[in-house]
Design a protein. Structure first.
Length: 200
């Protein structure tokens, strides 16, 4: 698990830990781990939670890991996410290719269909709960399973890794040529890419 990896950057470990802590059972298990091994993560965890608007007193640093994690994750917030996810589907200007992206309508548009870039803003699609805001570069394509075609991502700012479903049934859909190159070449998919690919 990425939050256990001591060589990994602390913001990445904190983001992974918060992302993993969703249920009562998670808080218990991960809280126990935080008590034993996660001490260096307590302060950054508190700071990250405060940046996202969770109110925590200073003494939270000495709380049992389970309680700290539950409150840092925002127990009320996570309950709301499960019961009534706040979906935001809006048009946006891509921060990478500067093209205007229309809303997905039938699904939440969480990446640009033209250059496939995403932003590190969601914990669950559309909730805009992560506070990083970094540009996420596609790193590969996974096929099969219930989710269908999935694009894997890594955040340029904090290194957080994330997966988004490819948007194939919306207008415009994800660029087929980009997906094909990404599947074949992984992170090197844009090398030698001509600025204006010729029509086939
Ligand atoms: Zn774009
Ligand atoms: Zn990030």
């Amino acid at each position: 698990m990425p939050y256990r990896d001591r060589r990994s950057p602390v913001p990445k470990r904190v983001a992974a830990l918060l992302d993993a802590a969703r249920t009562r059972a998670d808080w218990k298990r991960l809280g126990a781990w935080l008590d034993d091994e996660g001490r260096p993560l307590r302060e950054p965890l508190l700071a990250a939670a405060r940046r996202e608007g969770v109110e925590l007193p200073d003494e939270a640093l000495s709380w049992p890991g389970k309680r700290l994690l539950r409150r840092a994750r925002g127990a009320e917030v996570s309950a709301r996410e499960r019961l009534n996810p706040i979906r935001i589907d809006e048009s946006f200007t891509c921060e990478h290719c500067a093209r205007q992206v229309p809303p997905g309508l039938s699904l939440v548009r969480d990446h640009c269909p033209f250059c496939l870039r995403s932003l590190h803003v969601d914990r669950v699609p559309g909730d805009r709960a992560a506070g990083c805001g970094g540009l996420m570069d596609p790193t590969g394509v996974e096929l099969g399973g219930r989710a269908g075609v999935v694009i894997t991502y890594r955040c340029r700012l904090c290194g957080y890794e994330h997966r988004n479903r490819a948007a194939l049934d919306v207008e415009p859909p994800d660029d087929q040529e980009c997906l094909r190159r990404l599947a074949a070449l992984g992170e090197r998919w844009e090398e030698d890419l001509p600025p204006h690919p010729p029509e086939e």
